[in-house]
Ligand binder design. Structure first.
Ligand code: DC
Length: 232
């Protein structure tokens, strides 16, 4: 087995994938690919250009020549499209909804498949999304499916929005999360599901450090390295 793996982290919204992926990438010295940010970017650019979120061909055309870059800036994984920093603009509830809608369109998924594979092909990368272990990198050497209860995921999302100066209602946030789960899991194109060979981790009662300790142990076990130092 090669020493720099592709690590897939899939799971529903709010399970802690982004934090786990960022910490794991830092621990392993790997690159980080947030594929949800790509769908969010498509939704935002469609909105800016007056392309409907149900217009598969129109939204897919935005992937042509898309110049996308990720830049880790402290705790924040910045997203730049053609040099424009979209980090904050793609995290609004409206764009979350748009991303979920455009990600259900087969043309959009097909248009983004090659882009994701090119970025991750060389290995040494933690890739976070919904269909990474099942569709984008079915041969990834380490796969995780991260879950948490709906209540816990809603609580985390409200805290995250509040920290960003956008207070949100807990019950409404939970309803939105459940609606997105339902749409992401029931769509025909690459629905959210655990790959047969993915290790499932329920993060409801675990802190980010504990989740990453578990993941790092498994990844390093597969590369034949000894366990990296644990998160304090
Ligand atoms: O992980 P996120 O919340 O940033 O993802 C935004 C939306 O994109 C979410 O509704 C699911 C979708 N998505 C997807 O369908 N496939 C991926 N690989 C990543 C995200």
């Amino acid at each position: 087995m090669r020493s720099r793996l592709i690590v897939a982290i899939d799971g529903p919204a709010g399970a802690g994938k982004s934090t786990a992926a960022r910490l794991l990438a830092a621990r392993l010295g790997y690159a980080l690919l947030d594929t949800g940010a790509i769908y969010r970017t498509m939704a935002l650019r469609a909105r800016q250009r007056g392309i409907g979120w149900d217009d598969g061909a129109g939204v897919a055309s935005l992937a042509d020549g898309l110049d996308l870059a990720f830049r880790l800036d402290g705790d924040v994984n910045r997203v730049l499209a053609h040099g424009e920093d979209l980090t904050t603009a793609i995290r609004t509830p409206e764009i979350s909804d748009g991303a979920s809608r455009v990600s259900a369109l087969p043309e959009v998924r097909a248009a983004l498949l090659g882009l994701q594979r090119r970025i991750g092909a060389a290995g040494g990368v933690v890739v976070e999304g919904r269909d990474i272990g099942t569709v984008v990198f079915p041969d990834a050497e380490a796969k995780f499916f991260l879950t948490a209860s709906a209540d816990e995921r809603a609580r985390r999302r409200v805290a995250e929005l509040k920290a960003g100066g956008r207070p949100a209602d807990l019950a409404q946030t939970k309803a939105e999360i459940l609606a997105r789960d339902e749409r992401d899991s029931s769509r025909a194109a690459a629905p959210l599901r655990r790959a047969d060979d993915a290790v499932e981790i329920d993060s409801s009662a675990l802190g980010p450090g504990q989740v990453v300790d578990k993941m790092a142990e498994i990844v390093l076990g597969r590369t034949g390295e000894r366990s990296a130092s644990k998160t304090p």
